[in-house]
Design a protein around this ligand. Structure first.
Ligand code: GLA
Length: 752
């Protein structure tokens, strides 16, 4: 290599930064040996976003690297200067002469050891970006954009930060802009490099598989990297982009707790790195294929948004604020402003075996037990008599429905239910008219063998013709049949999301949002459910375009308890699809009573997915009563503050407390036998400690205690109930009766 190339700083260039003018040479002056890091003393060099619960302090001196000084629960009346001074770091032997300060992306130009939050290059050059603040744009009291630039690599970065005043949720994302005529390849850009409070020494990651989503994995923070990388083309079953952090003593009701999420429905990367100097940095961003993001001059790439919430009162408090955030900021009025209709879904009742007469009978049974929406699942269109054909051919099958769907849809409406329909818009079976006509409409990598996956390929929605085809077909059906609801499915990983032999998952994900939005625009009342072989695609970005998600294909009532508990960390109950499944679960083969199945579906957007004609008369009656109970308490379940209770692992105890604390509903499911002769006490949460509550057992409607007497009869819980001080219920707790596992008790409390 010729040493004269790139042999040092350019000394004559001047960088115009408003009031501040400095030379490139100044940036490259050697630092004095063992220099202390210093922070500006001037208040104008700091940016503060504050609510009563949360404080975010940033250092943003013009011409300097921006950095987070503090992010977390409010400390009250403190100045960012004093926090910056308290954070003073010094030289440590065996490392650089200066302490290398963090920046918002820890770019490679900063020299910081540990993974960088930004990786980009121009055909292999210009790898070491180093962003400096050029201006601070305030967008009201609770939002700012930090404009930064690196004249050397000719890249600009805009850091967007906001703190929602009502729920104290922090959001951040970064926009990268290419300022050069040479194309810029962006390989990684975290939404932000977020330093974590050093007390947070426990991580709770999300993992799972198909039919076992939202499983929590507990990790003791260690010196090194925790990383999950997901390139399934959806949020995936095994690497949902969410992370909790706490201390060894954090619980649902107390202690320092934090919750982080990346709002993006495609590929993602989540990582936490403990650096050798003790800093722990969180990064969340989009996994990009090599060459996927290539920016021409003036073009920009914006990362997905990271959402963060902190609490000193445990994980349930984080959850409540996130649920409010989802309702206030993400969900659309069409689904928010009316009670969530109880569903009947046909999938596990008929699968692909559609027959109009039988579906009408099922609709009658569904309406008789209380369904308010009937969703016709897969199998109604094209040649879709099994999962090997028909996807993409979005017209009603004449073979199965010679008169179209009118007869069925009208009968459903006569029975007082809305009519919903299943689609899997992004997919095509090779055995379909669509694929035969347009074999080039699928995402693929040139010369690469496609991965077989449920006999289908992913359509390339970045092609206008594909997008238009799907919109035209769907909008016509929605109009013709007055479809109130779409179950929007997506049933395969997209392993090679190439378009024009270039990675295209980013554009594809945006095109999906766009198609959803265009359909919503054309049909103002249409509601959409996000399903992906169960809960394989749900996040805070898709919830800006959808109204419900299907949490799992697994309707096993016991498994549902843990799946829904995991999902509840991020998603409100009103959008969490939870269905009563068949007596013998189709996925696990286990058999559960109707009382348990119904109770497990009640704390969510309730529905049914079973062959009602195959259930006993008695079980249908129990189901009818459960649905009636759900409707009776629906406003509380969907509008109350959600609490996960701290309980032994063999219980799953959760509850909803009315915002005015006048009533509450708690569900206590015993999942395994207790290790002692008697089960534990359960301590309710969220009640007004100064009030008393009449406590009753509203489900099951019979005494399920194995031996008698128990608290059920002693406190007359199935009758008029008993009144207890809230402090007694929350601090002393209620002794659970001796019940069989797979029994779920639901308590209703009203202010006495
Ligand atoms: C996916 C969904 C199911 C069902 C089937 C239909 O697996 O998660 O609920 O709709 O597709 O093929």
């Amino acid at each position: 290599m010729n040493d004269s190339v790139n042999s040092g700083p350019r000394t004559s260039e001047r960088i115009d930064m408003g009031d501040e003018v400095r030379t490139e040479a100044a940036r490259h002056e050697p630092a004095p040996a063992h220099a202390l890091e210093t922070s500006p003393a001037n208040a104008a060099d700091f940016v503060c976003l504050e609510t009563a619960e949360t404080q975010i302090f940033l250092e943003a001196a013009l011409g300097e690297r921006p950095r987070v000084i503090y992010s977390g629960p409010s400390i009250g009346k403190v100045s960012p200067q004093e926090l910056a001074l308290l954070s003073t770091k010094q030289h440590a032997p065996g490392s650089a002469n200066v302490h290398l300060r963090g920046s918002l992306l820890n770019e490679l130009g900063t020299g910081i050891a540990g993974p960088s939050g930004f990786k980009a290059h121009r055909n292999g050059t210009g790898f070491a970006a180093d962003f400096r603040v050029t201006s601070v744009e305030k967008l009201g009291e609770h939002a700012i954009i930090l404009h930064c630039s690196d004249p050397n690599t000719q890249i600009d970065a805009q850091h967007h930060f906001a703190l929602t005043p009502s729920s104290s949720i922090f959001t951040a994302k970064t926009t990268i802009i290419n300022g050069s005529s040479e194309p810029l390849s962006v390989e990684w850009c975290s939404a932000l490099c977020l330093p974590l409070d050093d007390r947070l020494d426990k991580l709770f990651g999300f993992t799972g598989r198909w039919a076992a989503e939202f499983q929590i994995e507990e990790i003791d923070l260690f010196r090194g990297s925790y990383m999950r990388e997901n390139k399934a083309g959806r949020t995936s079953h095994d690497s949902f982009p969410g992370l909790l952090a706490g201390t060894k003593s954090s619980s649902e009701t107390s202690g320092l707790a934090a919750n982080f999420h990346l709002g993006w429905s495609g590929n993602n990367r989540v990582r936490v790195d403990q650096h050798q100097d003790g800093r722990t940095i969180l990064q969340m961003g989009e996994f990009l294929f090599p060459g996927e993001i290539q920016l021409e001059r003036g073009e920009a790439y914006t990362t997905p948004e990271i959402t963060a919430v902190w609490s000193l009162d445990g994980f349930s408090n984080c959850t409540q604020r996130l649920h409010n955030f989802v309702q206030d900021e993400l969900l659309d009025a069409r689904g928010l402003n009316r009670p969530r209709p109880v569903h009947y879904n046909t999938w596990e009742a008929v699968y692909f075996d559609h027959a109009e007469e039988r579906l009408m009978q099922l609709a009658e049974q569904a309406s008789a037990v209380g369904a308010e929406r009937f969703v016709l699942d897969d199998g109604w269109f094209g040649g879709r008599r099994h999962d090997k054909a028909g996807l993409g051919d979005w017209w009603v099958s004449e073979e199965v429905y010679p008169q179209g769907l009118h007869t069925l849809a009208s009968r459903v409406r006569e029975l007082g239910m809305e009519f919903g329909l299943w689609f899997e818009p992004e997919m095509v079976n090779p055995d379909s008219d669509l694929f035969r006509a347009h074999p080039d409409w699928v995402l693929h990598a040139d010369g690469v063998e496609p991965v077989p996956f449920r006999n289908q390929f992913t359509l390339d929605l970045t092609k206008q013709a594909v997008f238009d085809y799907l919109f035209d077909k769907m909008t016509a059906l929605i109009s013709e049949y007055d479809i109130a609801y779409i179950k929007w499915d997506m049933n395969r990983d997209t392993n090679h999301p190439g378009s024009g032999n270039r990675g295209a998952m980013h554009q594809q994900t945006k095109a999906v949002y766009c198609l959803m939005e265009k359909l919503r625009g054309a049909h103002p009342k249409l509601e959409i459910e996000s399903c992906s072989s169960g809960g394989g695609r749900v996040d805070y970005a898709i919830l800006r375009h959808t109204d419900r998600f299907w949490a799992s294909d697994n309707n096993d009532a016991r498994e549902r308890q843990s799946i829904q508990r995991g999902a509840s960390h991020f998603f409100p109950l009103r959008i969490t699809g939870s269905h009563v499944g068949p007596r013998k679960c189709h996925i696990t083969g286990r058999v559960f009573s109707m009382e348990f199945r119904a109770a497990s579906a009640m704390f969510g957007h309730m529905g049914m997915e079973l062959d009602l004609l195959d259930e006993s008369e008695e079980d249908r009656e129990i189901l009818r009563r459960a649905i009636a109970l759900h409707k009776q308490h629906r406003a509380l379940i969907h509008g109350g503050d959600f609490h996960r209770l701290d309980a032994p692992k063999y219980f799953n105890a959760v509850g909803c407390v009315a915002p005015d604390k006048s009533e509450a509903l708690f569900s206590c499911a015993q999942l395994d036998p207790a290790p002692m002769t008697l089960p534990a006490r359960i301590r309710f949460a969220g009640l007004d400690p100064d009030r008393s509550y009449r406590t009753k057992l509203v489900w099951p409607m019979r005494n399920t205690s194995i031996t008698e007497p128990s608290i059920i009869d002693q406190a007359n819980l199935l009758g008029v109930g008993s009144t207890f001080q809230a402090r007694a219920l929350m601090e002393h707790g209620i002794q659970m009766p001796l019940i069989f596992p797979d029994t779920c008790l639901i308590f209703h409390l009203t202010e006495a």
